[in-house]
Write a protein that binds this ligand. Structure first.
Ligand SMILES: Cc1cc2nc3c(=O)[nH]c(=O)nc-3n(C[C@H](O)[C@H](O)[C@H](O)COP(=O)(O)OP(=O)(O)OC[C@H]3O[C@@H](n4cnc5c(N)ncnc54)[C@H](O)[C@@H]3O)c2cc1C
Length: 432
C-alpha cells in the first residue's frame, strides 16, 4: 500500500474517479487504488476505470428530470463523468447513453493525463494515509468490507438493500386516502390507502403473477421475515397481506365509517412532506410491474415513483449516523466515503458524491473547512437525505424532485434555484 501522494482513494468506479478528478483540479496529488484487473467483483468485467456494470445509460438529459438536473449541476461543477459521457455519447433519444468501453477508456486516460497515480491492487485493510476516500462501491471486496465493518461497527454496514418504493404525496388521491395512525395512536403521520375485498383480491392476484427482475447469480440474498418481498408474502395465501402489513385493524374509512378490508400505509419520508414510503412493500417486481400493479391500489392510481422498490446486493454504510454533511466520518477525521457505499443509489448519484468527497479531502489538506453542496441543489438534497441524523431505518436513495420539496407546479422554480445555487457556489479559489 505504498503511497507518497497527498490523497488516497480506494475504488476507481464512478465516485472514485470523480473524486480524483476534483482533487487534482484543486492541486492535490492523488493515488487511486483499483483492484481490477487483479480481482473483479461479480459484476465488473472491464479493466478500465468507471465501469458501467449494467445499463449504458446515465438517464435523461432534460433538466426537468431529476437525474437531468443532477447531471447539469455536475457539468457546472466540472464533472469528468459528464465530460466523458458527452464525448462517448450514443444516439438514445433524450437519454445520455454512452459507449461503455469508450467511456471507461476516456476517463482512465484523462486521469492518467493529469498525473493521478493509478495502482491496480486490492486494498485489504483501511489504509493509514489521510485524507482517505473510500469509494469501493456496492460490491466492495470482502476483506475491505470486513475492515470497514471494524472501523464503523458491524451494525453500520449493510450488504443488501430491501427497498420499498417511495412515492410522491401529490400523486395520492385524497378523495380515497386519509391521514391517521392505527387506533388514532401516534398522530396523523401515515397516509392510509383503503381497499375493499374485491379491490384487495384483484391486487393480490396481480402481485403474485407480476414479472420479477431476474436476480443475478451473485444475488442469492437470504430473505429474512423483515425483508421478505411483498410478492413472496402475498404468494403464501390470499389473505396473508391482509393479516400482515396491510392489516386494517384500528382503522375506519372516513368515507364509510367501516373498517376497510385492507389498508396500504405510507410513511412520511422527508421533512418537506413531499415523499412517502410504502410500508412493507420491499419488492423484486420490475419497475414496469411496480407501476402497473401498485397503481391498482385505488388511492394510488396516478402513482408517481420517486424511488422504485428493489432487493439487491449493496454494501452501504449507515451514513445518517456515521457521516458529516461533508461526507467525512464523524469518528475518524480525514476518512471520507463516496459513491453507492454512502447510500446514494445510481451511477450519476454516485459520481456526484465523488465530486464533494474529492473537494473536501482537498479542503482538509489546505486547512479549509469541509463543505456540502448548496441545499437547494439536487446534489445538496441527496447529501442532506443520506446524512439526516433524524433518519431511522436508512435505505439508499436516488435523485428525485421530492427531495427538494418540489411539486409538479413548483418544479421549474426549484430547478432555476438549483442552477443558480451551483453557479454561485464558491469553489473558485480551489480551482487554481
Ligand atoms: C449489478 C449492479 C447493477 C447496477 N446497475 C445500475 C444501472 O443500470 N444504473 C445505475 O444508475 N446504477 C446501477 N447500479 C448501482 C450503482 O450506481 C453502480 O454500482 C455504480 O457503479 C456505483 O458507483 P461507485 O463508484 O460507488 O461503485 P463502483 O462503480 O462499483 O466502483 C467501485 C470500484 O471499487 C473497486 N473495488 C472494490 N473493492 C475494492 C478493494 N478492496 N480495493 C480496491 N478496489 C476495490 C471495484 O473494482 C470498482 O471498480 C448497479 C449496481 C450493481 C451492483
Amino acid at each position: 500500500m505504498k503511497n507518497n501522494n497527498d490523497l488516497t482513494i480506494v475504488g476507481g468506479g464512478l465516485a472514485g474517479v470523480e473524486a480524483a478528478w476534483m482533487a487534482r483540479k484543486c492541486g492535490v496529488s492523488v493515488t487511486l487504488f483499483e483492484m481490477k484487473p487483479v480481482k473483479f467483483s461479480p459484476a465488473h468485467k472491464l479493466e478500465g476505470l468507471a465501469e458501467l456494470v449494467c445499463s449504458n445509460s446515465l438517464k435523461s438529459t432534460s433538466i426537468e428530470n431529476a437525474s437531468g438536473l443532477l447531471k447539469e449541476e455536475m457539468r457546472l461543477m466540472g464533472s469528468l463523468i459528464i465530460e466523458a459521457a458527452e464525448a462517448t455519447r450514443l444516439p438514445a433519444g433524450g437519454a445520455l447513453a454512452v459507449d461503455r468501453e469508450g467511456f471507461s477508456a476516456y476517463i482512465t486516460e484523462k486521469l492518467e493525463g493529469v498525473g493521478v497515480e493509478i495502482l491496480r491492487q486490492e486494498i485489504l485493510t483501511i489504509p493509514e494515509a489521510r485524507p482517505l476516500i473510500i469509494a469501493s462501491g456496492p460490491l466492495t471486496s470482502e476483506p475491505l468490507a470486513e475492515a470497514i465493518k471494524e472501523l464503523v461497527g458491524s451494525e453500520s454496514l449493510s450488504f443488501y438493500d430491501a427497498i420499498s418504493p417511495v412515492v410522491s404525496k401529490e400523486s395520492i388521491d385524497f378523495d380515497i386516502a386519509f391521514m391517521g395512525s392505527r387506533y388514532d395512536k401516534g398522530g396523523k403521520d401515515y397516509i392510509n390507502c383503503p381497499m375493499n375485498e374485491a379491490e384487495y383480491k384483484g391486487f393480490v392476484e396481480a402481485l403474485i403473477s407480476a414479472d420479477k427482475a431476474a436476480a443475478r447469480d451473485f444475488e442469492d440474498i437470504p430473505l429474512f421475515e423483515g425483508c421478505m418481498p411483498v410478492e413472496a408474502m402475498a404468494a403464501r395465501g390470499i389473505d396473508t397481506l391482509a393479516f400482515g402489513p396491510l392489516r386494517p385493524v384500528g382503522f375506519k374509512d372516513p368515507r364509510t365509517g367501516n373498517r376497510p378490508y385492507a389498508i396500504v400505509q405510507l410513511r412520511r419520508d422527508n421533512t418537506a412532506d413531499t415523499l412517502y414510503n410504502m410500508v412493507g412493500f420491499q419488492t423484486r417486481l420490475t419497475q414496469g410491474e411496480q407501476r402497473r400493479v401498485f397503481s391498482m391500489i385505488p388511492a394510488m392510481k396516478n402513482l408517481e415513483f420517486a424511488r422504485f422498490g428493489s432487493i439487491h446486493r449493496n454494501s452501504y454504510i449507515d451514513s445518517p449516523r456515521l457521516l458529516t454533511d461533508g461526507l467525512e466520518l464523524k469518528a475518524h477525521a480525514g476518512v471520507f466515503f463516496a459513491g453507492q457505499i454512502t447510500g446514494v443509489e445510481g451511477y450519476v448519484e454516485s459520481a456526484a458524491s465523488g465530486i464533494f468527497a474529492g473537494l473536501n479531502a482537498a479542503n482538509t489538506l489546505k486547512g479549509l473547512p469541509t463543505v456540502s453542496p448548496p441545499e437547494g441543489t439536487m446534489m445538496g438534497a441527496l447529501t442532506a437525505y443520506i446524512t439526516d441524523t433524524e433518519r431511522k431505518g436508512f435505505q439508499p436513495m436516488n435523485a428525485n424532485f421530492g427531495l427538494l420539496g418540489a411539486t409538479k407546479k413548483t418544479r421549474l422554480k426549484f430547478i432555476e434555484r438549483a442552477i443558480s445555487q451551483v453557479e454561485g457556489f464558491n469553489i473558485k479559489p480551489l480551482k487554481s
